[in-house]
Design a binder for this molecule. Structure first.
Ligand code: 5GP
Ligand code: ZN
Length: 112
């Protein structure tokens, strides 16, 4: 499959990695929207959060526990935002599930 984030997960395209194990990869976004902006992806291809099911609970817990640990390590003590865009209206440009993590600036809500 011709998927950018599968290629990044497999190391075929380089990325600035924060953490990886056999299940997930965390790497910095190439076009950061905040002083800290990284992405967390499952290594196994999933189209988007719309494709998640009950069987993915363990993976999601691992993603969020990893985000919490990385944010602590990066000193994001004032908080952070986790976002996953789904589909066209959601603004998803890469069709491989990813969680944006943004921190170290005040983030507006609601988003535009
Ligand atoms: P989306 O718009 O799908 O929610 O988010 C995709 C994100 O992937 C964007 O924030 C974009 O900057 C990032 N991105 C796109 N291509 C690359 C790449 O080749 N490397 C990295 N590190 N990030 C990328
Ligand atoms: Zn993929």
């Amino acid at each position: 499959m011709d998927c950018l984030f599968c290629k990044i997960a497999q190391g075929q395209i380089p990325s600035n990695k924060l953490f990886e194990d056999d299940k997930i990869l965390a790497f910095y976004d190439i076009d950061p929207q905040a002083p800290v902006h990284f992405l967390v992806i499952p290594k196994q291809h999933v189209d988007s959060a719309a494709a998640l099911g009950e069987q993915d609970g363990e993976l999601l817990a691992h993603v969020f526990a990893t985000i919490a640990r990385l944010c602590k390590e990066l000193g994001c003590d004032n908080g952070y935002r986790v976002v996953t865009n789904v589909g066209e209206d959601g603004g998803q440009s890469v069709k491989h599930l990813h969680f944006h993590v943004l921190a170290k600036r005040s983030l507006a809500w609601p988003p535009g």
